[in-house]
Ligand binder design. Structure first.
Ligand SMILES: NC(=O)c1ccc[n+]([C@@H]2O[C@H](COP(=O)([O-])OP(=O)(O)OC[C@H]3O[C@@H](n4cnc5c(N)ncnc54)[C@H](O)[C@@H]3O)[C@@H](O)[C@H]2O)c1
Length: 327
């Protein structure tokens, strides 16, 4: 099965069932079906095969059951539209999933990056794959001195901080009667407290310059409340993230700093690895688009909010969820 996300080219999403065994073959077959697509299906087009993103994927093998998404919008180099070249952007939770996708997308846009994560080894591996100006500072967002160290690296290495994305987060799936005070505190410490104090540390540097853009990461669960796969404390932390983001926005009015929150719907990241096949199907089934999102699709929204293209978007809670919430 091939699902071509060809909205950028054709103005719509198309679905195909083609017998290709490699991405290159697939592109050839697609170009025969739709000659207008030909010039767009070349080297440099990003492709997600069963949730894994490949840049320059022409030789990647695909099987008869592979789901392939073509992501022309995240291919290529920097865009004039976003104009993030040389912006200094701090990303927490950058070793994996969405944080990693945001780091990749920002790096392609020519941003200078300070990446952080509690998983130092994985962070190093992610950063090693990026070109351009990238610094790593491992940190646990529960530790205020460790958060401080991240921003100190940004200031020392690049002289300022233009943007922050708070991606560090954990999930808990204990059934409600099994949740312990320790588990409650653990998930709140990372998701709620960690987000608050990371934003606070950024603001201490941004306010004197009267400039900065912040994107926090909530979740569609802030509104759904959890409960289906038993992640009630997790959903409550995301409610806290959405609420604190609004509070920051109110307090920051007129300071030159913009803050918004992105609420992803279910996305294919390691966070969802523990789900059983039935749970995955149940989760995908309540998404009007009928599938999990890709980390790169969250990254697109985050980069937009970090850029001047979003100069009038403020204090907003932006659902990027395949239509789950549809507010
Ligand atoms: N995957 C989804 O479906 C989904 C949906 C909605 C919201 N989110 C949110 O998106 C964000 C990113 O999640 P993801 O799906 O990319 O998951 P992920 O597990 O792939 O990435 C989360 C990253 O945060 C890091 N991290 C965990 N605890 C940390 C700590 N104490 N300090 C610093 N870093 C820490 C992890 O090491 C990991 O690299 C999270 O806040 C998550 O709650 C995810």
């Amino acid at each position: 099965m091939l699902i071509g996300n060809l909205a950028q080219i054709t103005g719509g999403v198309a679905e195909f069932d083609l017998p290709a065994t490699s991405v290159k073959q697939l592109f050839q077959q697609l170009a025969e079906l739709h000659p207008a697509l030909g010039p767009h299906l070349a080297e440099g087009v990003a492709v997600a095969i069963d949730g894994q993103i490949y840049q320059d994927a022409l030789l990647e093998p695909i099987g008869p059951d592979s789901e392939v998404f073509i992501l022309p919008q995240i291919a290529g180099g920097s865009s004039d539209f976003l104009n993030l070249r040389d912006h200094v952007i701090v990303v927490t939770g950058a070793a994996s999933g969405m944080g990693e996708a945001i780091a990749r997308a920002a790096s392609r846009e020519g941003a200078r990056l300070v990446l952080s994560d509690v998983d130092a080894a994985r962070l190093q591996a992610t950063a090693a794959e990026l070109s351009g100006a990238v610094r790593c500072q491992p940190a646990d967002v529960v530790s205020i001195p460790e958060i401080e160290a991240v921003f100190e690296v940004a200031e020392r290495e690049f002289g300022r901080i233009d943007g922050l994305v708070t991606c560090a987060g954990i999930i808990t799936t204990l059934p409600m009667l099994d949740v312990t005070p320790e588990e409650w505190d653990r998930v709140f410490a990372v998701n709620a407290r960690g987000t608050f104090f990371t934003v606070q540390a950024a603001l201490r540097r941004m306010l004197p310059r009267k400039q900065g853009r912040i994107v926090t990461i909530g979740s569609d669960s802030y509104k759904l409340g959890g409960g289906r796969i038993a992640n009630i404390p997790y959903a409550a932390t995301k409610g806290a993230v959405v609420t604190m983001s609004k509070g920051f926005a109110r307090a920051l009015a007129g300071t030159g700093i913009r803050i918004n929150c992105v609420n992803p719907g279910p996305c294919d990241t390691p966070m969802h690895a523990p789900l059983t096949a039935e749970q995955r199907a149940m989760v995908a089934g309540r998404v009007p688009l009928g599938r999990f999102g890709l980390p790169a699709e969250i990254a697109s929204a985050v980069l937009f909010l970090l850029s001047d293209a979003a100069s009038f978007v403020y204090g907003e809670s932006v659902n990027v969820d395949g239509g789950v919430l549809m507010e």
